[in-house]
Each structure stands twice: as structure tokens, then as C-alpha cells.
Design a protein. Structure first.
Length: 223
């Protein structure tokens, strides 16, 4: 194995570890942050949901207006009950499944998933730290993660496949760097001041939505 290839493999491995640690740290920080500012978070998300429902109300009324249909309060409330039920169902579904979605792959990619999975489990035992991660990646058809895992196995076994060239390694390294950067950018440090600012923005937004909705209330009919 050349010195360059060995360097790239070490870099690749360290980036995978960095990405996974960053994901875990980010999740832990968010949990700690929520515990610290529970009341502010509740108000923030509460205002966010109220604004979502206000927008749904306004959109319903606007559709009626565009089609020259009378707006009936009871029908609107029936519509909003359905919207809220659907919203809460989606929220619970996300919470239950922790936003884990089984990927839909092409037939060719599915074949690759199975091949890589079989190669990995033949080379590691259930006590290996990568075992559970391999099973989970296979369960969710996560082809990229299985590729990552196999490369780690290759490294640990010191048996890099002949087709694992430096160009491929460099491409994977660049992709990992971008993923790490993306995780860092979308998870800024949330402070008390940040939450208070967001709350003020949503209060103003809600106020403006309320003013828009009040125009429709004036022409609303009781059933």
C-alpha cells in the first residue's frame, strides 16, 4: 500500500469518526439546551405552530374569496380540526420513528446494498462495534453508510480492495467534509438571546397574520 493511500484511508477514517461524534454532540447539546431554556422553547414552538395554523386559515379563506364562495365559520373550523389532526399525526410519526426513513433505492443499488452487507458480516463478528451499525444501515437501505463501514473494515483488516483507488478515496473525503460542514452550519449555538429574538419575530409575524385574518372574519357567515 502506498504512503498516499495509507494517508487518505487514515484521513477518511478520522472524518467518519468526526462526523459521528459531531452528530452525537449536536444531539446532546440540543437536549441540554432544551432543558436549560424549556419555557422559552415552549413559547417559541407554540408561536410557530400558531402561525402555521393561522396561515392555513388565511389560505382557506383566500381560496373561498378567489372562487367567490361564502366563508362559513363552522366549515372553516371543521377544516382546521382536520388540519390540526393531520399535523399532530405527522409530528407523532416523526417522534416515533426519530425521523429515520427507509431509503427507496433502485434495483441496482439494492443489489449493491445486499452484496456489501454480506461481505461485511462475513468479516466481522457480533462483538465488533460496527456490527449493530451494519445491521441498522442494512435495515434502512443506507448504501452510503454501508460503503463507509466496509472501508473501515477494510482498514482494520489491512486488506484494501484493489479497486479502492485514490481518486475514489478523495471523492469520499470531500463528501464527508461537506457533510460535516453542513452539520455545523445547520446547528448554531442556541442562546437565551437567540430564542428571545426568535420569539419577538414570531410575535410580530403572528400579529400581522392576525390582522390579515380579521378582514376575513368580518365577512364570515355563521352556518
Amino acid at each position: 500500500m502506498s504512503t498516499t493511500t495509507n494517508y487518505l484511508i487514515n484521513l477518511y477514517r478520522s472524518l467518519i469518526i468526526e462526523r459521528d461524534e459531531l452528530k452525537n454532540t449536536t444531539e446532546e447539546n440540543l437536549n441540554d439546551n432544551y432543558q436549560m431554556y424549556t419555557d422559552l422553547y415552549k413559547e417559541y414552538y407554540g408561536l410557530m405552530v400558531e402561525c402555521i395554523f393561522f396561515k392555513k386559515r388565511i389560505a382557506y379563506c383566500q381560496r373561498c374569496k378567489n372562487h367567490h364562495i361564502k366563508i362559513y365559520k363552522e366549515e372553516l373550523e371543521g377544516y382546521m380540526d382536520a388540519v390540526k389532526e393531520d399535523y399532530m399525526y405527522e409530528l407523532e410519526d416523526l417522534r416515533t420513528h426519530k425521523k429515520r426513513v427507509k431509503k427507496h433505492l433502485s434495483d441496482e443499488d439494492m443489489k449493491q446494498v445486499k452484496k456489501i452487507f454480506k461481505r461485511i458480516i462475513k468479516r466481522i463478528d457480533p462483538n465488533n462495534p460496527l456490527w449493530e451499525r451494519t445491521l441498522e444501515s442494512y435495515r434502512y437501505n443506507n448504501l452510503n453508510d454501508l460503503i463507509y463501514i466496509e472501508m473501515l473494515v477494510d482498514y482494520d483488516k489491512q486488506s484494501i480492495r484493489k479497486n479502492l483507488d485514490n481518486t475514489y478515496l478523495i471523492a469520499q473525503i470531500e463528501r464527508l467534509k461537506k457533510e460535516i460542514e453542513s452539520i455545523e452550519n445547520r446547528n448554531p449555538k442556541i442562546t437565551k438571546e437567540y430564542l428571545e429574538k426568535k420569539i419577538m419575530i414570531y410575535r410580530l409575524y403572528k400579529y400581522n397574520l392576525d390582522k390579515q385574518y380579521s378582514f376575513f372574519e368580518k365577512v364570515m357567515h355563521a352556518c
